[in-house]
Every structure is written in structure tokens, then in C-alpha cells.
Design a protein around this ligand. Structure first.
Ligand code: PLP
Length: 451
């Protein structure tokens, strides 16, 4: 492709290093430059509309034009544009937000610490697992178990938790003390004739074997997304988390739930933890916390973890962790307003109402010759394309069918995410039934064109 000299695309190619992008392809194909948003749609430089079926990065839950979030930011910028939360300083937006998050937490939580991104939240979690076990006199209990295909971010520690080859390969990751247990994808990894419950039992048994092999005295934490997002929208099989949590309790392993995608209504409950009856000791969240209008993330810790941290402070003094922007007042004010809007507009009930329309619409694609599995709940879903429906054989990865489909969809005014040959859908939570129908129609056209 050739680009008009000095156009946005030409300047992008010349100057901008893109995350999560094939850099070689980018040099010739350039970017899609988005210039404005309205509701669930975004628009490019030429005014072409795209239904944003990923809410950006699973995140802009209130869509792309919520004026109340803009007003909340402006108001706070005028009042106190910046202050920090180090060394006993505080400010009202971060106090209010910590209090609010605790009040909506899926299990009783003690304290909330703020970061700027999901990756940093999970980095904090890793450090807290280590800090906690040092504090309680079990310094050898440091290993953290994540899962194959998990996504927890890209900082050194959170990328190590992530269980995807692209995030490890040639970055010299994972770091020591991070292990990966089985991926709970029934469609892909169940054995012939195995029920969902039997599959869940096998995975829980494997987790127990892993803990015993490593030595329970060395395993300090287990982290999981309620539904795996970037690994392919993988919904756990029936009874999975019940069995996994029993193993964690048996060996006194802290349970950390990563609610960065599932939190704030996505799965049809306020938290994914409620959808799957999870009882975390720590919970990380980000993205929809501020509808992504400004960067902010949070980690909630329970009383057990917090009390150990206080003891550590008695012993060594200052808790030596935190960011210049931890609880940034403008981000916190926008997050507070976001949570207020979720309540006022009954966003969870809205997801319960419209989610089934998206899920039923996606499941209709099972009749399509390319589609092998459709999965999801609430407003998170995925369509997996297969070469052979019966054997579930995947297409040759070299074909890049998922990426090809995402490209066709983009030409048809639909932004989706390809994860291998799975196509993910996480539209803004404010999406209407008519907009869901529009999204499904654009997807149907794209699937037909990919044949
Ligand atoms: N955890 C989960 C479940 C995520 O999906 C993501 C990002 O997609 C992260 C953590 C990392 O968040 P961030 O990109 O804000 O660092």
C-alpha cells in the first residue's frame, strides 16, 4: 500500500512503535486511524463507521462518548489535578473510590491499592504474595501458579503469569517461581467421552499433583481470570472452580482473581467471581473500572493479607511499593463517576437483558460451515473457526484465518479481535439489542466472505 506523504498513516509508520502489532506488516499496511467515537461506534479519518465489538480492548464499557465522564475529569482537573498517596498523604477521590470498591466487592475485602493498568495491578499481586509469605514467616512459599492461555499483562512479572507463548518468547520469560497449570478449555482439551465435570476433576487433580510435586510449602498463590479473555474467551467447565478452590484451601494457597476483563458487569453479574462463586484473597481490576477513559487499576486485599502487611510494617517500616500515579485524583474521579453510572443505569441488569441476544445470535453461527464452537456468557463471547467440525481440527495457523476474518470484518465496519482462529466479542456494556443485531449482521457477512 502507498500512503500520501505526511498523512496520519505515513507519519504513524515513520514514528510510532505499536504494541501488539506485527511490525513488518505494519510498515506496508499502516494503521487504521480512529478519530472519534459515538456510543458503540468509532469513526476513521474518512468518516467510515465501525461497530466496536471489543469496546476497544475489552474495556470501554460505557461506549465512546459518555459526557459525564468528561465532566467528572474536567471538574477534578480544576479542583486538584494531581496529588499523590505516598507517605500518609491522601485525597478525596482515592478515598471515595477505595471505599466504593470495598462496598461492591464480591467477598469482604480490607484495603484497596491503586495502580495505572491491569499489568501493574497483577505485578502488585505477585509482590504481595511474596511480601505476605515473608511477613508470616514462610519465606519459601513463593511459587505462584497461573494457567496456560491465561492473560495477566505484560510487565515482567505479569507477563510471566500470562500463559501465552508470544508474551514469553524472546523476552526471556517467565521469571522463576511462576508455574502454569492446565487450560480449562473443554472443547479443546477434554478427552473422548469425558464430561465437563470429569474434565474439571482431572484438572483439579493435576493442580494437586503439581502442588505436591513442587512441595506445598513452596506454593504461595494461584491466579485466575473467571473467564479467560485474551487466551480465547475460555469459559470454565462446570464445577471447575469449586474443585480448584478446594485444592487451594487444602494447601493454604492464596487465591487471586483477575477481574480486569470480567469485572463490572461483563459476565452478567457485577463480578466474574459472582458468576463462578469465587472467594478470592486478592482481586485485581482495571479497564471497565473507568470505562477506560483514564488509566486506573486496583487491587483489593482481604483482612488476612492486610494484617500480615501491617505486621511487616512494624518489623521493617515503610511498605515500599506504589506509583507516582497510584490513585491519581482525576482517574479516581472518573472511575467513581463510572461506577455511579453503572448503578444508575442498572448496567448489570442491562447485560442480563441483552446478553442472551448476543449469545443466541453468536450460537446461530454454529450452522456456518466455518464455525466449530461458540462460547461465552453475558456480553463476552467467542466464535471459533475450525477446518473440520467433527474432528475439531484447526486450520493450519499459517493460513491466519482469524486475522483474515478480522480484516474482512474491519472492511465491513466491524472491529473484532482474532485470537488464533477464535473471534472475540466484548462490546460496550451499553449496547442495545438493535446494535447487537447490527453487530451480528456485520459478522455474518464477514464469515460468508471468509469462506
Ligand atoms: N489481566 C487481564 C485479564 C487482561 O485482559 C489484561 C489486558 O487485557 C490485563 C490483565 C493487563 O491489563 P493492561 O493492558 O491494562 O496492563
Amino acid at each position: 500500500m502507498t500512503f500520501v506523504p505526511n498523512s496520519a498513516s505515513a507519519r504513524d509508520i515513520a514514528h510510532h512503535l505499536h504494541p501488539y502489532t506485527n511490525l513488518k506488516v505494519h510498515e506496508t499496511e499502516g494503521p487504521l486511524v480512529i478519530t472519534r467515537g459515538k456510543g458503540v461506534y468509532v469513526y476513521d479519518e474518512d468518516g467510515k463507521d465501525y461497530l466496536e465489538a471489543m469496546a476497544g480492548l475489552w474495556s470501554a464499557s460505557l461506549g465512546f462518548s459518555e459526557p459525564r465522564l468528561v465532566d467528572a475529569a474536567v471538574k477534578q482537573l480544576k479542583e486538584l489535578p494531581y496529588y499523590h498517596t505516598f507517605t500518609h498523604k491522601s485525597h478525596l477521590p482515592s478515598i471515595d473510590l477505595a471505599e466504593k470498591l470495598k462496598s461492591v466487592a464480591p467477598v469482604p475485602m480490607s484495603k484497596v491499592i491503586f495502580q495505572n493498568s491491569g499489568s501493574e495491578a497483577n505485578d502488585t499481586v505477585v509482590k504481595l504474595v511474596w511480601y505476605y509469605h515473608n511477613a508470616i514467616g514462610k519465606p519459601e512459599k513463593k511459587k505462584i501458579i497461573s494457567r496456560i492461555k491465561a492473560y495477566h499483562g505484560v510487565t515482567v512479572a505479569s507477563a510471566s503469569l500470562t500463559g501465552l507463548p508470544n508474551n514469553h518468547r524472546d523476552f526471556d520469560l517467565p521469571i522463576a517461581n511462576i508455574l502454569h497449570a492446565d487450560c480449562p478449555h473443554y472443547y479443546r482439551f477434554a478427552q473422548d467421552g469425558e464430561s465437563e465435570e470429569d474434565f474439571a476433576t482431572r484438572l483439579a487433580d493435576n493442580l494437586e499433583k503439581l502442588i505436591l510435586k513442587e512441595g506445598p510449602e513452596t506454593v504461595g498463590g494461584f491466579i485466575a481470570e473467571p473467564i479467560m479473555g485474551a487466551g480465547g474467551v475460555i469459559v470454565p467447565p462446570k464445577t471447575y472452580f469449586e474443585k480448584i478452590q478446594a485444592v487451594l484451601q487444602k494447601y493454604d494457597v492464596l487465591f487471586i482473581v483477575d477481574e480486569v476483563i470480567c469485572g463490572f458487569g461483563r459476565t452478567g453479574n457485577y463480578w466474574g467471581s459472582q458468576t463462578f462463586d469465587l472467594k478470592p484473597d486478592m482481586l485485581s481490576c482495571a479497564k471497565a473500572l473507568s470505562s477506560s477513559y483514564l488509566p486506573i487499576s486496583a487491587v483489593m486485599v482481604n483482612e488476612k493479607v492486610y494484617q500480615a502487611m501491617v505486621v511487616e510494617s512494624e518489623k521493617i517500616g515503610v511498605f515500599g511499593h506504589g506509583y507516582t500515579y497510584s490513585g491519581h485524583p482525576v482517574c479516581a474521579a472518573v472511575a467513581l463517576e463510572t461506577l455511579k453510572i453503572y448503578e444508575e443505569r442498572n448496567i448489570v441488569e442491562h447485560v442480563q437483558q441483552v446478553g442472551p441476544r448476543m449469545q443466541a445470535g453468536l450460537r446461530k453461527f454454529l450452522d456456518h460451515p466455518l464455525v466449530g464452537e461458540v462460547r461465552g456468557t453475558g456480553l463476552i463471547g467467542a466464535v471459533e473457526m475450525v477446518q473440520d467440525k467433527k474432528s475439531r481440527a484447526s486450520f493450519d495457523p499459517k493460513l491466519g484465518l482469524g486475522a483474515k476474518l478480522a480484516k474482512i470484518a474491519q472492511a465491513n465496519g466491524l472491529i473484532v479481535r482474532a485470537i488464533g482462529d477464535s473471534i472475540a466479542f466484548t462490546p460496550p456494556l451499553v449496547i442495545t439489542e438493535a446494535e447487537i443485531d447490527d453487530m451480528l449482521a456485520r459478522m455474518k457477512k464477514s464469515l460468508d466472505e471468509a469462506l
